[in-house]
Design a protein around this ligand. Structure first.
Ligand code: AMP
Length: 393
């Protein structure tokens, strides 16, 4: 199936083709016609499935077809994202796909001076991408109005709830006109998400893109069992022995990222880290260096790494296994993007066993194990029980 069958206009098709997409992904095939029809939509889809284009493309088409005078400080579409990195990334996609349309877009997020953002809002913006906190700030300061809002998107809604944005979201939603189209994208549709959806959405269509589909076969996943205190030595060994060109390395806690950077440094490997404790300017610079290849090894907490979008990232490493299991899918989705192949390697110690069971149960398969000479394991990691259901923590 080609994009032209989805009812998108020529300027959008041209931008899509210039982006190098030859055919729509599953989520795009399903979501685009629903959104064009004007229905509300709730979609379970991970990062890496092409979900951003699945809501941005029909949104552009709708806004373009009803283009009118933009009032000062008004916005016509609002995309809420959990992190500033994702806001920047989504806005960059909007600008890319809207290249041949006369629609404006802007990302607003915290951690930077708000004056420039306010100035841009002054003339009105067609598509605003925002993190919830900064958006509310702007609304309180009367820097923008929602009366002309036509479309609302909650992107990575599960992550917004995990990050404690529910009150902010409700405050924002209360301010929006009730006549609007609402779309929600989330890695999983948990009870909390469904509850939120019930309050926001009207007769919504629901679609679900299976995570399995997305992780097969392009991402080569494997794991090594290792004693916890041997992890950094093993990682250094793998980097040197297998001559890795680049890796995004995930840790669970922000203090462990600094420690790991130091441990790698002692073994002659230059790495840097991004986490929520570093300033926006520093994070942006590090990301830039990582994207350009100047920095080869980036250690990140899961939250800070949201929104990192590097098409040819060849490898991600789970230095710690994430909880909840869905985060594993998010993490490995950073590699093997847009048809490229990628590798996802997990270093699993006995402490990670419950998380491993949950991840392998979600994937519906056991991740293959490799043994690395010189790293014997004292605390053996058992084989998972595949119907493991984690208790809420
Ligand atoms: P997302 O799930 O929105 O984070 O998108 C993941 C990646 O897939 C991004 O790098 C997009 O540029 C890319 N992408 C989106 N749609 C397509 C498509 N139809 N064909 C190929 N790549 C795509």
């Amino acid at each position: 199936m080609s994009f032209s069958k989805l009812g998108l206009s020529d300027p959008i098709l041209k931008a899509v083709s210039e982006a190098g997409y030859s055919k729509p992904t599953d989520i795009q095939k399903q979501a685009i016609p629903i959104i064009l029809s004007g229905r509300d939509l709730i979609a379970a889809a991970q990062t890496g499935t092409g979900k951003t284009a699945s809501f941005v493309l029909p949104m552009l088409q709708k806004l373009d077809s009803t283009e009118g005078e933009l009032r000062s400080k008004s916005i016509r579409a609002l995309i809420l994202t959990p992190t500033r990195e994702l806001a920047v990334q989504v806005e960059a996609n909007v600008a890319q796909y809207a290249k041949y349309l006369n629609l404006s877009s802007l990302a607003v997020y915290g951690g930077v001076d708000s004056e420039a953002q306010k100035e841009r809002l002054e003339e009105g913006i067609d598509i605003l991408v925002a993190t919830p906190g900064r958006l509310l700030d702007m609304a309180y300061q009367r820097a923008l109005y929602f009366d002309d809002l036509e479309i609302l998107v909650l992107d990575e809604a599960d992550r917004m709830l995990d990050m404690g944005f529910i009150d902010d979201l409700n405050k924002i939603i209360d301010r929006l006109p009730s006549e609007r189209q609402s779309l929600l994208f989330s890695a999983t549709l948990t009870d909390d998400i469904r509850y939120l959806a019930d309050t926001v959405y009207d007769d919504a269509a629901e679609i679900s893109i299976s995570p399995n589909k997305k992780t097969t076969p392009k991402i080569n996943q494997w794991l090594i069992t290792v004693d916890k205190d041997n992890k950094s030595a093993l990682l250094s060994h793998l980097i040197n022995d297998q001559q890795w060109d680049q890796a995004l390395i995930f840790v669970e806690k922000k203090h462990s990222s600094a420690k790991l950077v130091e441990q790698l440094g002692k073994r002659g490997i230059t790495a840097d880290s991004i986490h929520s404790g570093r300033s926006q300017a520093v994070r942006e610079q590090i990301l830039e260096d990582f994207k350009s290849g100047k920095l080869k090894f980036l250690v990140a907490t899961g939250i800070a790494a949201r929104g990192i979008d590097i098409d040819d990232l060849s490898r991600v490493v789970n230095y710690d296994l994430p909880y909840p299991a869905e985060d594993y899918i998010h993490r490995i989705g950073r590699t093997g993007r847009a048809g490229a192949s990628g590798e996802a390697i997990s270093l699993v110690s006995k402490d990670d066993f419950k998380n491993l069971c949950a991840i392998e149960s979600l994937l519906g398969k056991i991740i293959s194990r490799k043994e690395i000479e010189g790293f014997p394991v004292k605390k053996v990691v058992p084989i998972s029980i595949l119907d493991y259901l984690p208790k809420r923590r």
